[in-house]
Design a protein around this ligand. Structure first.
Ligand SMILES: *[C@@H]1O[C@H](CO)[C@@H](O)[C@H](O)[C@H]1NC(C)=O
Ligand SMILES: *[C@@H]1O[C@H](CO)[C@@H](O)[C@H](O)[C@H]1NC(C)=O
Length: 398
């Protein structure tokens, strides 16, 4: 009996002690949890704070970026305006320079011009004889134009577009101001043209109809020009007698232009040492420039070639020694370049076809007229009359 009692008491104690122990453990865990909760709360608070700061920073940088972007835009505009102004000033400076320093470009071909002018004035009686004596270095066609050797701004006059050139036979200069009109102006020489006041236009020659675009040429005393009425025609005009002598209808639709960047030019006329050439496109759907050899007496077309030089982005072209050089640019004028060459005699291989650029910064050419005697080009660029001297290299001759 006594033993049973002791056993009961000891069991009670044990139960009691384990209950205490359990309670303490619970308390401990609960405290820990509370502490952790406290920490988590703190972290959350910190996180919220950081997030807010980040957002502020983002807003701030967004604003800064916006301001920078605006400033960049303004700067870009300013730069473009300044560049345009600099270009203008540079051209004016070149022009002034070329007017004030006659020795700036004085070399071989320049002397040919002056000699031509002077020899003609000195020997009025036998001027043709004097002209025959100038050796034509390209007539054998062993050379191909490979670069622009130099440029000389001769004058600034007239509208932004126009045509000017020197007749190799008479050394007279012809000026077509603008893109159409019934008058052409004649000067006695390049010297007289260069020395004349900017507003003076020389001796006017009134034509029986309007010329149009850059399709004009003088050959053997006759003026050839493109006239647009119901048809597109080439008119042959006797300069000395002052009357038209012939006209021929061209196979050209009245709205198809030969150079896409100079839409006033429906067809172009070029002169080289082999004769008279016509450049045109039959129709608007024709992608390439056609080249035709024209009989200067009868105006008959002797032969036609598809040059495979695209009309797209072309601004002008010239023919030298039976080879066509097409000059391309971009719609916002950048640097003009010869990028397509076509030789009617198939003597130029595609590997040696030259790609060459016109000098820096000059914009869009309204016309390029090659003079086979002087091997130079008379060009009209944004109201400037510029002479380009050409370099040649020997053809490979296959
Ligand atoms: C940041 O700028 C862009 C516009 O550039 C805007 O669409 C966006 O809402 C801006 N963000 C903030 C947070 O302001
Ligand atoms: C050339 O043509 C333009 C526009 O067609 C005209 O404003 C200008 O007066 C002409 N120049 C001269 C020198 O007559």
């Amino acid at each position: 009996m006594k033993l049973v009692l002791i056993l009961l008491v000891s069991t009670g104690w044990t139960l009691c002690a384990s209950q205490f122990y359990y309670q303490a453990l619970m308390d401990y865990v609960e405290n820990r949890l509370l502490a952790i909760e406290g920490h988590m709360h703190l972290w959350q608070e910190q996180l919220r704070q950081h997030h807010g700061e980040l957002q502020d920073l983002h807003k701030q940088s967004n604003k800064t970026m916006e301001a920078l972007r605006q400033q960049h835009g303004v700067l870009t505009k300013d730069m473009a305006a300044a560049a345009a102004r600099v270009e203008r000033v540079e051209r004016d400076m070149d022009f002034v320079e070329s007017r004030t320093s006659p020795r700036a470009c004085a070399n071989q071909a320049e002397r040919v011009v002056e000699q031509g002018v002077w020899s003609q004035e000195e020997s009025r009686g036998d001027q043709d004889q004097g002209w025959e004596e100038i050796p034509s270095r390209v007539s054998d066609c062993v050379e191909i134009t490979s670069a622009i050797r130099s440029a000389k701004i001769l004058k600034r006059m007239g509208a932004s577009k126009g045509v000017w050139f020197r007749d190799p036979r008479s050394s007279k200069v012809y000026v077509f101001n603008g893109t159409a009109g019934d008058t052409v102006y004649q000067f006695e020489s390049v010297k007289e043209f260069g020395g004349s006041a900017a507003g003076a236009l020389g001796r006017p020659i009134k034509l029986p109809s309007d010329w149009r675009g850059s399709g004009v040429a003088v050959y053997n005393g006759y003026l050839y020009y493109i006239q647009q009425g119901a048809d597109v025609q080439v008119v042959k005009y006797d300069i000395l007698r002052g009357e038209p002598v012939d006209a021929a209808i061209l196979p050209v639709e009245s709205h198809s232009v030969v150079y896409s960047l100079n839409p006033e030019t429906l067809a172009d006329i070029a002169v080289d040492d082999q004769g008279l050439w016509l450049l045109y496109a039959n129709s608007e759907s024709e992608p390439n420039i056609n080249l035709a050899k024209m009989d200067p007496i009868t105006l008959d077309i002797e032969q036609i070639w598809d040059t495979r030089c695209p009309r797209d982005k072309s601004e002008a072209a010239f023919v030298a020694c039976g080879t066509l050089y097409v000059v391309y640019n971009t719609r916002l004028a950048s640097r003009s370049r010869v990028q397509c060459v076509f030789d009617v005699n198939n003597k130029v291989t595609s590997e040696e076809a030259p790609l060459f650029y016109f000098p820096r910064r000059y914009g869009a050419h309204a016309s390029l007229k090659y003079n086979p005697e002087e091997k130079q080009i008379y060009s009209w660029d944004d109201g400037y009359q510029i002479l380009y001297r050409l370099s040649a290299k020997r053809k490979l001759l296959v």
